[in-house]
Ligand binder design. Structure first.
Ligand code: UD1
Length: 370
């Protein structure tokens, strides 16, 4: 017996924009481990260069070993196609562990395939719950956690949710927030301000807006109401709005035009540009999950246009405030919050840039983080 351990094959599955910043720090950590072979599968759920390629290159993620090119479709079709195309890869590579990230369709689909083949599943960003079953992401979270052997939680409340659902404590690892790892890694290059593409932004105080949830953008009445208030706010602060493709389709469908100079519409921008933009802003108005956390970490006020959040710590300890998708509520919340930065920013336990290192310690060395 040589005493050398057999290499561990870890297969990461990503597919949609918010997955990439969670994968990046883990790919770096696993690359440092000689005993690990790390395979990356991209499902192709997101396929436009601005939704995928610029994140892979901007975050120095190794080129995915394969792309399932599933593209956009209904939830059932997209999930089924990912499963059909991912199963043969699992059968061929027989990974020891399949890692899935966040709460998108690619996450739940890959977890289902792996679990049914008896492959251990690790869920990065486990235990978050909005308790809102109208959100497809909530279904993905619950299904994925139920199938997972390693549940890597970003905050203590996430562990509490899992224990309340009967998940054994040994499976739950409170590792911290991997997305904050990516932010921390980029911070030194963000201090210099906005990148070239955004150099004209920031000459006057501004608010960053991102909206893409079906509940906010799919109904023309709700979307129109939100746009009306944003137009009003743009008379007092510049409104900078990088538009998600789903939202772009809806804006074109209602024939909406930006109302004058106070409104800057952008194509989706890179992670680095987005963080630079957020850091220089007076306020972020969003329905994104990740931005709720990034603004808390940076101390920037955030108004989240949703009735609930799976990230309550951003409200109880951070800078986040929830508002209903109604004009009057949004107008009031924005005016109360803008310019009120928290300095120093809130410090959340284990949002320290080392979450991926802890995950690698669990997977490779059998560590446990309570
Ligand atoms: C998905 C995730 C959501 C996440 C979001 C981040 C699910 C259920 N939803 O929502 O949790 O917050 O990604 O971006 O997994 N489209 C393009 N180009 C692309 C990708 C999509 O134009 O590269 C358009 C298509 O019209 C598509 C629509 O956007 O039908 C929606 O894409 P989809 O991946 O289904 O959901 P997202 O809204 O992006």
């Amino acid at each position: 017996m040589s005493g050398r351990r057999a290499p561990l094959t870890i297969l990461s599955v990503v597919g949609a924009r918010p997955n990439f910043m969670k994968l990046a720090p883990l790919a770096r950590q696993l690359a440092r481990r000689g005993e690990v072979r790390h395979v990356i599968v991209h499902t192709g759920q997101h396929y436009d260069a601005e939704m995928s390629e610029i994140f892979l290159t901007g975050l120095d993620i190794p080129r995915p070993d394969c792309n399932l090119v599933v593209g956009s479709a209904s939830h059932a079709q997209q999930t089924a196609l990912i499963m059909q195309r991912f199963e043969p890869i699992c059968l061929r590579l027989r990974p020891d562990i399949v890692l899935v990230y966040g709460d998108v369709n690619s996450t739940a689909a890959a977890a289902l395939v792996a679990a049914k083949l008896g492959i251990r599943v690790g869920h990065v960003e486990a235990g978050l719950r909005s308790r809102d079953w109208s959100m497809p992401e909530e279904i993905n979270r619950v299904v994925t956690d139920r199938l997972s052997d390693f549940l890597f939680t970003p905050s203590r409340d996430a562990g509490d949710n899992l224990r309340a659902e009967g998940v054994a404590t040994e499976r739950i690892h409170f590792v911290g927030n991997v997305m904050i790892d990516s932010l921390v890694a980029l911070l030194p290059c963000l201090r210099g301000g906005n990148g070239q593409r955004l150099r004209d932004v920031g000459r006057r105080p501004y608010v960053v807006v991102t909206l893409h949830r079906p509940s906010n953008v799919d109904d023309p009445g709700t979307l129109g109401g939100l746009l009306k208030i944003l137009a009003e706010l743009s008379e007092e602060r510049q409104v900078v709005f990088p538009v998600h493709p789903r939202t772009g389709v809806r804006l074109r469908a209602i024939g909406w035009q930006a109302p004058g100079d106070g409104f800057t519409l952008l194509e989706p921008i890179s992670y680095r540009d987005m963080l630079g933009l957020v850091m220089g802003s007076d306020l972020v108005i969003t329905d994104s999950g990740g931005l709720q956390e990034e603004t808390t970490f940076l101390g920037i006020p955030c108004v989240t246009v949703r009735p609930n959040t799976e990230r309550p710590i951003t409200c109880t300890e951070g800078t986040n405030r929830l508002v209903a998708p109604r004009g009057d509520a949004l107008r009031r919340a924005a005016r109360e919050a803008w310019g009120r930065r928290r300095n120093p920013p809130p410090r959340i336990e284990r949002w320290d840039g080392r979450a991926a290192e802890r995950i690698a310690d669990v997977l490779c060395d059998g560590a446990h983080f309570r």
